[in-house]
Write a protein that binds this ligand. Structure first.
Ligand code: SF4
Length: 426
């Protein structure tokens, strides 16, 4: 393979801004925790060896048999809602599924090779998966931290398994509305379920087990935003405060606000203020005012959280976070496993050049070794500076920190100084 140029200037050199990241969104910091740092150091040393070999035209070492630290696991592509703002619209309801025994074998293999956390999430509704409850129990039994992101329609299944979760685990319901009318218009549930009914499950879940944090997720949408050209989405901007009040009263631990994302024709998830450029300033002012009011509802037991993307959209500095290094290092540490295959990033789920393997990519040791080699190749094949140039990447900071660690092993000392608290979700 020919030597490839690696852009090395970190974005700070160009005056990029750094919003204050909440610890849960500070992925560079998470990688510095004791549980991750030895592998991160090994990765940087391996990457340096690859670049040295390339520069001196020697055979390059293959990536060792590492599993990612954290995966987004799409249990199914089936969904019982038809949300007009769904970023995974094009990959839903494909009629493909795992062989359950092989999926469990894959997770056990990954756990032996470094996997620490699993987020049961999108591409479909996880609680629709027939083995959802026993899958959560299996994941906990093999020592993994577990998160569930659900549309709230089958909270009885979450109640059934919440006893298995602990204080490191979390549940987040994607509800996006303060009123049932907006909830119905945005989510279009295929079977009757309303927002009051969904929220009424939260006290029951908390009474059965108060340990895991339970969140209310709100993707902020505005008039003029479209999922694809010509498909406008329902506006919920006016319900930010009402949703925060509802979440607090229903005993959620927090509500988190994120801006609406769209998929580009190439498949990447991006913030798209261009589409509503004329209203951009007005939209941002409306969001700020509503978030400030929502924050007055916070208590000792209820938090109001803005996502990194929301902070960047508001500050107008989101463009700086679309500048990625050529190599996306995070694809080694966090991947997406779905019935459609293994992907390098949630933002490229279902996009062909982000594909790292099939749904059996980790089913046994031989598959895992092969998948690791393919991931190593993807580090060079997938040009993040080009492919993610429109993505306001949440891993931007972490990728640049890893870039510097590879260039300058002296960064290790700094890494060692950082302590973290066992949050293994990436
Ligand atoms: S640079 Fe960011 S958006 Fe692109 S693949 Fe990596 S993590 Fe995903």
């Amino acid at each position: 393979m020919q030597p490839q140029p690696e852009p090395t200037a970190p974005p700070e050199a160009e005056g990029a801004v750094h919003p204050v990241l909440t610890p849960v969104h500070d992925f560079a910091r998470k990688l510095k925790q004791a549980a991750f740092l030895p592998r991160v150091r090994e990765y940087a040393a391996w990457r340096r060896a690859v670049l040295d070999a390339r520069a001196t035209v020697r055979p390059e070492p293959a990536m060792p048999a590492w599993a990612p630290f954290s995966i987004n696991l799409d249990l199914t592509t089936a969904c019982n809602f038809a949300c007009d703002h769904c970023v995974d619209w094009d990959i839903l309801n494909r009629g493909v599924s795992y062989d359950d025994a092989r999926l469990r074998a894959s997770l056990a293999t990954m756990a032996r090779h470094g996997l620490r956390s699993v987020i049961l999430i999108g591409g479909g509704e996880p609680t629709v998966y027939p083995g959802f409850v026993s899958m959560v129990r299996t994941l906990k039994a093999i020592g993994l931290h577990v998160a569930v992101v659900s549309n709230g329609s089958r909270n009885e299944r979450i109640l059934e398994v919440v006893d298995a979760l602990d204080e490191r685990d979390w549940i987040r319901l994607s509800l996006d509305a303060g009123t049932d009318a907006t909830f119905q218009a945005m989510h279009k549930p295929k079977k009757k379920v309303d927002l009051d009914e969904i929220c009424a499950w939260i006290p029951k879940i908390r009474e059965r087990n108060p340990a895991p944090r339970v969140g209310f997720s709100f993707i902020v949408t505005w008039q003029g935003a479209e999922r694809v050209a010509g498909v406008p989405i329902v506006e919920n901007l006016g319900e930010i405060v009402e949703a925060a009040r509802r979440a607090r009263d229903a005993r959620f631990d927090y509500i988190s606000f994120k801006p609406f994302l769209v998929r580009t024709p190439e498949g990447a998830e991006v913030i798209d203020p261009e589409a509503s450029r004329e209203r951009h300033r007005e939209v941002v002012a409306g969001i700020r005012g509503a978030l400030d009011e929502a924050k007055t509802l916070a208590t000792d037991t209820f938090a109001v959280i803005e996502s990194t993307n929301m902070k960047l959209l508001e500050s107008g500095e989101w463009k700086a976070w679309t500048r990625q290094p050529r190599t996306c290092h995070m694809q080694v540490f966090r991947q997406v496993l779905s019935p459609l295959g293994l992907w390098n990033c949630p933002a490229h789920r279902g996009v062909e050049d982000g594909r790292l393997g099939d749904l059996d990519a980790f089913v046994d040791e031989a598959h895992l070794a092969r998948t690791a080699r393919e991931t190593g190749r993807a580090l060079d094949r997938f040009d993040a500076s080009e492919r993610c140039r429109e993505v306001t990447c949440l891993y931007h900071d972490a990728n640049w920190w890893l870039e510097r660690l590879i260039e300058d092993p002296g960064q290790r000392g700094q890494a060692e100084a950082e302590a973290m608290d066992g949050d293994f979700f990436l």
